[in-house]
Design a protein around this ligand. Structure first.
Ligand SMILES: Cc1cc2nc3c(=O)[nH]c(=O)nc-3n(C[C@H](O)[C@H](O)[C@H](O)COP(=O)(O)OP(=O)(O)OC[C@H]3O[C@@H](n4cnc5c(N)ncnc54)[C@H](O)[C@@H]3O)c2cc1C
Length: 534
């Protein structure tokens, strides 16, 4: 993002504009990442308690200037969602969405000073959002309405967690009657187009879906019709693009609630493996989000202190840059990283592969990699991205470290070489049999097809087998100590395992010794099973 011609967008609405709203004050519904009007806890609460509501979204410069962590494509997706939210309010007879700009606390304070209440949906966020929400609660009396299925009212959040989430899924959605309340709006001169101009938002990504509830509902409808094919589509990066739900960005921005998706699929999809696998992933969504609620440190500190700073002494900016550019010499990693940069999406297995190769094979500090994902993913969700990164890297200290072999992934998931050729076109002339390890292609073949490894395409930036062995040794040397730390209550709580403190303690009891890793602790990866959160 670069500041455009219109960079001087002022803070809005001004206090005078807010004061000029005719009639008695009501309740501001402060939308953040819940861009819908159905199953919305804060909106339902406001509509029940007030005769007048004013839905508000505040464009916060912190997300648009150099501090912002999102690529332009995610910002554009957000802007689609906002236009759609404005339409949703108008479609039920309301005046639409009010757009503010500036520090959200300054903007909200103008409403509070004019006698308005403010309510927002409670949502786990990183440090910035957490501080913002705490200040909003303390200084302005903003009320945060829970209702997202996460457990907040228990000392041990994981006690009966699955049952509680299941009851939330089964409960009726939050409801409100648009006829019983006046939906107000104030003109501020701010809207997504002006914000895009002011901050120079201009995505270069391709194939990014349109944001908003309408597009989300259409995607959900189509996916539900073909849900039987879901299990067979998950692992291949090509099949997954159409075969998985494609709902992650819509869920991240709350165009649909996770509960709405669950209910729709539960009622309409045929029973079978596709349905049950999909539903289990909706639980994972809540499971990983609960983790961030339980411990905000997931975003920047190793959850298990034994692994804090792991790989830091090996930080090599050239290796990191090669990984980011998709020039590691491992075709499946390179294709995936280029696909991520160009489209903002990757299926689960390729995300896990790229994280694994980055941390286990290139042996680079995890956070730089996680931040890169977070920047480029359209569905970049702090709660899922950083917790998944730490889990995939093995920073929790659970047994069963997942090491992905990038060459095996070509053979298993792209046997015809379609994905690799699409994203690494310089390898297209190479016979498919050599796409898993191009550096081993006989020179005669390289000459014949006109692809010279080391020139058109790099040799692997590290030697795979020795790097893997070295990592196992380094990781294994401290694994017993890491597992032991899970036995302590503070670390067990922050690890937020689905089995709760007891699960963490039993890992500590079984594996917690300073000895080297047992052979079966480092296994070839499997897609995460439902058991992982049960
Ligand atoms: C390193 C890494 C980083 C990731 N970062 C994100 C992220 O920032 N945002 C994000 O939404 N997902 C993330 N995931 C999880 C997963 O890859 C995506 O949710 C999925 O690929 C999105 O595509 P889909 O909506 O078609 O998924 P589907 O297979 O259709 O799944 C439906 C929904 O279930 C949830 N879900 C699926 N898999 C997982 C999972 N493993 N963990 C938690 N929830 C899951 C998502 O909300 C998803 O939209 C990450 C995974 C890894 C390994």
């Amino acid at each position: 993002m670069t500041a455009g011609d219109d960079a001087a967008l002022s803070s809005a609405p001004e206090a005078e504009t807010v004061r000029s709203l005719a009639g008695p004050p009501g309740t501001v519904v402060w939308h953040r990442k819940d861009l819908r009007i159905a199953d919305h806890p804060a909106l339902a609460a406001a509509a029940h308690e007030s005769d007048r509501i004013l839905p508000l979204f505040v464009f916060d410069p912190a997300f648009y200037d150099e501090r912002g962590a999102a690529c332009d494509a995610r910002i554009e997706f957000l802007h689609d969602c906002l236009r759609d939210l404005d339409r949703q309010y108008r479609d039920v007879g309301g005046a639409g969405l009010t757009y503010g700009h500036g520090d959200p606390l300054d903007v909200l304070a103008r409403f509070v000073d004019a006698g308005w209440d403010v309510v927002a949906s409670a949502t786990p966020t990183g440090r910035y959002g957490r501080r913002r929400d705490e200040r909003a609660r303390e200084r302005l009396g903003v009320d945060f309405a829970a209702g997202d299925g996460l457990v907040r009212d228990a000392a041990r959040t994981r006690e009966n967690w699955s049952d509680r989430v299941e009851s939330w899924f089964a409960a009726d959605p939050f409801d409100w009657d648009p006829r019983s309340v006046a939906v107000e709006r104030v003109e501020t001169g701010v809207d997504p187009d002006r914000v895009s101009d002011a901050y120079g938002v201009a995505s270069t990504k391709t194939g990014v879906p349109t944001g908003g509830r309408e597009a989300a509902r259409e995607r959900l409808r189509e996916f539900t019709e073909s849900i039987a094919e879901y299990p067979g589509s998950i692992s291949s990066p090509l099949d997954a693009r159409e075969g998985t739900s494609g709902l992650s960005a819509y869920l991240r921005f709350g165009c649909l609630s996770v509960r709405e998706v669950h209910r729709y699929v539960d009622e309409r999809a045929p029973d079978g493996r596709g349905k049950s696998m999909f539903v289990s992933r909706l639980f994972w969504n809540r499971h990983y989000t609960q983790k961030l609620l339980d411990w905000p440190g997931w975003l920047d500190r190793a959850v298990n202190p034994v692994y804090e700073g792991f790989n830091r002494d090996r930080h090599d900016p050239d290796l990191v840059a090669a990984w980011k550019r998709g020039e590691t010499g491992f075709p499946m990693v390179d294709a995936s990283m280029r696909c991520l940069r160009e489209t903002g999406w990757l299926n689960f297995r390729m995300r896990a592969l790229c994280a694994s190769v980055y941390f286990h094979i290139l042996q680079q500090p995890w956070r730089i990699g996680a931040d890169h994902f977070y920047e480029h993913l359209i569905d970049g969700d702090a709660a899922i991205n950083y917790t998944q990164w730490q889990s995939q890297c093995g920073l929790v200290g659970r047994p069963g470290l997942r090491l992905y072999d990038p060459r095996k992934q070509v053979r298993d998931q792209d046997p015809d070489g379609e994905f690799v050729s699409r994203w690494v076109p310089e390898l297209d002339p190479l016979p498919t049999a050599h796409l898993d390890a191009p550096e081993k292609t006989p020179l005669a073949v390289q000459r014949e097809v006109g692809v010279r490894i080391g020139e058109e395409y790099p040799y692997p930036v590290v030697e795979y087998e020795s790097a893997r062995g070295e990592f196992r040794e380094r990781y294994g040397a401290v694994y017993g100590a890491a597992a032991a730390r899970l036995g302590g209550e503070a670390i067990a709580r922050r690890a937020s395992l689905s089995g709760g403190i007891e699960a963490a303690r039993s890992i500590a009891a079984e594996h917690g010794q300073p000895a080297a890793l047992r052979g079966d602790d480092v296994a070839e990866s499997q897609q995460t099973g439902l058991d992982d959160f049960e």
